[in-house]
Each structure stands twice: as C-alpha cells, then as structure tokens.
Design a protein around this ligand. Structure first.
Ligand code: ADP
Length: 477
C-alpha cells in the first residue's frame, strides 16, 4: 500500500486524538453528572430516613404499637402520603405505609437483612420511575426498616437533556478539530514546503547557493543546516571534478600538440631515412608518455567511481622485488643511477593487492629515477618490525622543498624544482600512490631534505609466506 502523505497523516493523527479526547470527555462529564445526581438523591432519601429516625427517637417507649401507628399516620398521611414511605419494626409489624407504597406493595426486608449502607432499588409506577432506599435504623435497642422513595423524572429529564446536548456537541467539536488539524498540519509543514521550493531552484550551475536557515533552533533549521552541509560537499566534489577534467584536458593537449607539430614539421619536405627514424623515436617517446598519463587518469577516475577493486592476498617480498628489479635495473642504468635492493630478514611476505602494491612501488621508483641526477642512487628496501613490513624507496635526488611538501599528493601538482630539473610529468603519480596506500589501510609517507634526497615509505601487514604457486602467480602479474 502506498504510504500516506505526511500532511494527511498529521491531520489524521490530530483528528483521531482530538476525537478520542472529545468522546472521553463527553462520557466522563455525563458519568460525573449522573454520579452527582445519584449522590444528591441518595442524600435526600437518607434525610427522609433520618426524619423517621428522629420521630421514633422522640416517641415514648411505653407506647403501644397502635398508638405508634396512629402517630405516624397523623404525621405522614398529611405530610408524605403523596410520596413513597413505609416503616416496619424488627418483628415484621408495619408501622406506616403510604398509599403509593400500598398500591405498589414492594417487599421490605427485616432490618437485620439490610446492609448497613441501605439498599437501593427502582420500580415503575404509572408514569414514574421510582428509586427507593431501604435502610435499617435502631432506636433504644429496637430495630426498624425504613423504605422511602423518590420519583426520578426530573433527574431523567436533566440527564437526557445533557446527554442529547453532548451527543450533538461532540461531533461538531470533532468536525472542528478535523478542520483545525488540517490547517495546523499545513501550517506546521509550510517551512518544509518553502525549503523544498528553495532546494528545487538549486542545480549544477548554482551549487554555491545555500538554503535559508530559520533563526529558531528547531528541526527545520537543523534540516536546513544539514542540507547546506551536503550542498557544500557536493559543491566541493563538483569543483574537484571540474578541475580534474580541466587539468586532464590541459595535460593531454600539450603532448597532442607536440605530436602534431612533429608530424607537420616532418611532412614539410622529404627527409632521409635517419631523420624519419629520429622523428619516429620522438613520437614514440611522446606516445608512451601519453599512454602513461591516460593510464593514470583512468586509474584515478576508476578510483573515484569506486570501480578499482583491491584483492588482498599474501605477497612474497622477494618475488615482488625480483620482478621490479627486472624492469627497473635497465631504466636506472640508462639514467646512470645506482639501483640497490635491500631486504632485512628472509622469507618476508605482506598482505596486499599484488597489482596495487607493484603499481605504487613503480610510481615511487619512477619519481626517484626522474628526480635523481646521474651518479646518484635509488634504494628499494623492505624492513620488518613487529607485525608490519615497511617498503620504501630512497633516493639521493633533488629532495622536496618545504613549500612543495604539503601539496605533492594533490592531483596535477608538480613541484617547482621538478620543472626546473627538466623532468616531465603530470602530477598524478603520488595522488594515485596515496589512494592505493589508503585502500590498503595504510599511509604513504615522505621524509626529505632539499638537495640531498627523499624517502617515500608505507607499511603493510606481515603475513605467512605464500606457497610457491602463489609466488609464481604474483610474479606473473
Ligand atoms: P610528477 O612526478 O608527474 O610531477 P607526482 O605526483 O609523481 O607527479 O609528484 C608530484 C611532485 O612531487 C613532483 O612534481 C615533485 O615535485 C615531487 N616529487 C615526487 N617524488 C619526488 C622525489 N623522489 N624527489 C623529489 N621530488 C619528488
């Protein structure tokens, strides 16, 4: 079932609560009025019983039954004959019975059979509903049962009128509550509707816009603040994507222009075989650099999109370094750099993603080779401490200045010295390296001394040596 809109839900809740409250209040007030009427009637009946008690108390105890009957008849025939009254002594002798009682002839238990608080009963007589109280009294050790009654017609009219009024008033109040509830829920949700309207106006071209925050410190201002924080994050992410795209296009435009210029110059006039060969070599070099750049861009884009996966397996440090040495020894020799490998300990293995770890080491080795002058040295080393193995690349190159140091891990950032040194790069290597390290739950650190060299290092969790098949598969990757 489709969930109801929040405004309707609020109105329904308000209506249900108010309707329940109105019904309960009506029932309670009717019940309270009825109890009050009952108590007043009981009180009146009780007073009549006390009248009889008073009369009996003032009677001369030596008088006989007949004299007592005559006395009662004399007083009550005039005073109460139109009402309901009968008095009986403990032996079942009638002392007085009004005409209405005689006509109805209701039973009257002996005083011993009556409860201390009396007994209330009702009967119909003609058009009257009569309520009678049968009450035991005791005068000078002699007990009597007194039964006196009241017509309830007035109370019934009162209660019926009150009940009818309530019956008409309660639905009217409930309808009023429904209308009020609807109006209140609209009013309560108005700031949300305003916020939604403001939020709808924000798109990718005005992401800098912020929602108004109401001055009251309530849920709406909290929602506004949270949405503004979210907008801030989206704005920053958008800006970084825009900057990334801009920088990437700029980085790609330079080598493409270079390629085009080389080809155009080569085609200006016919050339000899050697000249064509030299041009093709330069084009190849530029194409390799472009491929490298595109690979880095792609890797970072995939990393941002969450498409790069990291599969953690045990990696033998010996096998990893052996493979790296095969690739990098020649490159280092070509740059006249002394390349060394140091492993502290035997049979070391780390837990990591084989392609990720070798890519990270390649980035560091490429930088080390780029920023180290001929005659310098680059050392790839592994040291084991407690449960971690630290892999590091140390060089005796140009080092990194204090002003460059905080920015070298930013995308497309290239150090000032790096450009002067004549090396070419795109400023993406360390950004990618940092991401790989983070995906391994570690940090890529740097120690450097301008003019003397740098050391980049990261630690991975040590693990038991993988079996020979695993080493072979790692070596192949
Ligand atoms: P690129 O090397 O393509 O410029 P990187 O992201 O790999 O991009 O490096 C960013 C910057 O960090 C470099 O431009 C350079 O200034 C500095 N850097 C990185 N590695 C070294 C190093 N081994 N020695 C000196 N500077 C380095």
């Amino acid at each position: 079932m489709k969930p109801l809109p929040i405004r309707l839900k609020l109105s329904l809740w308000y209506f249900a609560m108010f309707a329940t409250a109105a019904c309960l209040l009506s029932i309670a007030s009717w019940w309270m009025l009825r109890s009050t009427v009952d108590a007043t009637e009981y009180h009146e009946l009780k007073e009549r019983v006390e009248d009889v008690q008073l009369l009996l108390a003032h009677e001369d105890p030596t008088r006989g039954m007949d004299e007592l009957r005559q006395e009662f008849a004399a007083i009550y025939s005039i005073k109460d004959d139109g009402k309901w009254l009968q008095v009986m002594d403990q032996d079942g002798n009638w002392i007085f019975r009004s005409k209405r009682m005689l006509a109805q002839n209701p039973g009257l238990p002996l005083p011993d059979r009556l409860p201390g608080r009396g007994l209330i009963e009702e009967f119909h007589q003609g058009s009257h509903l009569v309520r009678v109280l049968s009450y035991p009294i005791e005068i000078r050790g002699r007990k009597y049962s007194v039964q006196t009654g009241l017509a309830l017609n007035r109370s019934i009219v009162l209660l019926t009128k009150f009940g009818t009024d309530l019956f008409l008033l309660t639905p009217a109040m409930i309808i009023l509550a429904a209308v009020g509830g609807h109006w209140m829920s609209r009013k309560a949700l108005q700031p949300v509707a305003l916020l939604a309207a403001e939020a709808r106006r924000i798109n990718d071209r005005n992401l800098y816009t912020r929602l108004p925050v109401p001055s009251a410190n309530d849920e709406i201002s909290d929602l506004s603040r949270t949405l503004n924080q979210m907008l801030e994050r989206i704005d920053t992410a958008f800006a970084s994507v825009r900057a990334f795209t801009g920088n990437a296009s700029h980085e790609l435009r330079t080598p493409i222009s270079l390629l085009r210029a080389e080809i155009e110059v080569a085609l200006l006039r016919p050339r000899g075989e050697q000249e064509y060969h030299a041009t093709l070599l330069r084009l190849l070099e530029e194409t390799i650099r472009m491929t490298h750049l595109v690979e880095n861009l792609l890797a970072l884009a995939r990393a941002d999109g969450g498409a790069e996966t990291v599969v953690m397996v045990p990696i033998s440090v010996d096998a990893l370094f052996m493979r790296i040495e095969e690739t990098w020894r020649t490159i280092m020799q070509f740059g006249m750099i002394d390349f060394r490998i140091e492993i502290e300990g035997s049979e070391l293995a780390v837990l990591g993603d084989p392609s990720g770890v070798s890519r990270l080491l390649s980035i560091l080795l490429e930088n080390a080779s780029k920023y180290t002058a001929p005659g310098g040295s680059v050392t790839l080393s592994a040291t084991s401490k407690a449960n971690a193995i630290t892999l590091s690349v140390r060089d005796t190159g140009i080092g990194i200045s204090c002003s460059d140091l905080p920015k070298i891990f930013d995308r497309f950032y290239r150090g000032t010295e790096a450009g002067n040194f004549g090396s070419r790069g795109s400023g993406l290597g360390l950004a990618l390296g940092k991401w790989i390290a983070e995906r391994h739950g570690t940090q890529l650190n740097v120690e450097t001394e301008p003019g003397r060299g740098s050391r980049f290092f990261f630690s991975l969790m040590a693990c038991p040596m993988p079996c020979t098949n695993e080493i072979a598969s790692v070596a192949q990757r």
